[in-house]
Design a protein around this ligand. Structure first.
Ligand SMILES: C[S@@+](CC[C@H](N)C(=O)[O-])C[C@H]1O[C@@H](n2cnc3c(N)ncnc32)[C@H](O)[C@@H]1O
Length: 341
């Protein structure tokens, strides 16, 4: 398995090791990326780092037999990375070896390169479940999302007595703005990488106990009934596979009279720079009346969808002049309240 990367060898090595470690963790495997570092699977040691020679080579030796080697070599314009298997000494039969290679390596490799699979990965990577250094940098300071934050925060008009839940908090930039009101807050997101950024960005508030960050799914919020005075959600709704359950969950964790302000998923954005392909094909879009109806069905008897202008906010937060047209035309915001009859 081989890839040519437009990165210097040290950067390529660091990036690959970081990404491999994070990806392995999601499969219950922990790699101690250092000389003689242990590799554990669900708490059991299964191997170790036999060779650690950054930025040239890392070799993993399994306890049972065999291993894996990552090799990097400088090429014109970048670095070539090659991942290969180190065969166990006690070789299996020739046809079994071919079968093992075909089923365990070649076929997953072919599937991984198929367009739909790649497009799913890019959608997750950039927006649906962001990960990697580029996404971490973007969501730490999501300039193009600030106009939405401004609308939501103006509508919520937070006070120090408020307790805000931000669903799909990403890198925690909205939370950072919100906390300036003196309120308490919590953020949930299903991306471990985003939670890491949200915690770093709001380290003081976390240390002071004013902010909690949880890894969770929007359709199963890890909070008791009637916890929050208000909730926000922005840039998330179109990605939800079960939007009604997510809205019901928000309704559940809001106190009586609690308010929700969230950005909709506007069909007019399909295929524009705000919702480009391949992401657009993986988003759900809702008309204003569909969005309102979902909120009502979730229990929000008092719900309206209002179109709000973003242009002035975009100018205010410093969106470059040539990109301001992206913010013309108004965006749909659901403004709802948990009224109890
Ligand atoms: C486009 S980003 C927006 C992040 C942030 N709200 C902002 O505006 O900068 C969408 C975020 O929603 C999160 N997300 C998407 N679906 C989710 C789900 N079902 N449960 C929890 N988080 C979800 C993603 O991980 C990602 O951080």
């Amino acid at each position: 398995m081989r890839i040519d990367l437009p990165l210097a060898p040290q950067e390529a090595f660091d990036t690959l090791i970081d990404e491999i470690s994070i990806a392995l963790k999601t499969s219950g495997v922990t790699l101690e990326a250092r000389s003689n570092g242990q590799i554990t699977q669900n708490g059991r040691i299964v191997g170790y780092v036999e060779a650690w020679e950054p930025p040239r080579r890392m070799r993993v030796q399994w306890n049972s037999a065999g291993g894996v080697e990552l090799r990097l070599e400088h090429i014109e314009g970048g670095t070539r990375a090659t991942l290969s298997q180190v065969r166990p000494d006690e070789s299996i039969g020739e046809s079994e070896a071919a079968g093992w290679f075909a089923t365990e390596f070649a076929s997953p490799f072919i599937c991984a390169t198929m367009p739909a699979r790649f497009e799913d990965w890019i959608t997750d990577r950039r927006a649906r479940k962001p990960s990697g250094s580029q996404a971490r940098a973007v969501y730490r300071e999501p300039l193009y999302h600030y106009p939405n934050f401004k609308v939501i925060l103006a509508e919520l008009a937070l006070k120090p007595t408020d307790y805000l839940l931000d669903v799909g908090c990403g890198g925690g930039a909205l939370l950072k703005e919100a906390l300036q009101s003196g309120c308490r807050a919590a953020g949930i997101d299903h991306s471990a990488d985003m939670l890491r950024v949200a915690e770093e960005l709001n380290a003081n508030a976390v240390a002071q106990g004013r902010l909690q960050i949880h890894q969770a799914s929007a359709d199963q919020l890890p909070f008791s009934d009637q916890t929050f005075t208000c909730a926000s959600m922005t840039g998330v709704f179109g990605f939800l596979p079960d939007p009604l359950t997510a809205l019901k969950e928000i309704w559940r964790v809001l106190q009586p009279n609690g308010r929700l302000v969230m950005l909709g998923s506007d069909p007019a954005l399909r295929g524009t720079p705000a919702a480009p392909e391949p992401i657009a094909s993986r988003l759900r879009f809702y008309t204003d009346s569909e969005l309102r109806q979902l909120a009502v069905d979730a229990g929000f008897k008092d719900a309206k969808v209002e179109r709000r202008e973003l242009l002035a906010f975009a100018r205010q937060v410093g969106v470059p002049e040539e990109h301001l047209p992206l913010f013309a035309g108004g965006a749909p915001f659901l403004i709802a309240r948990k009224t109890i009859a």
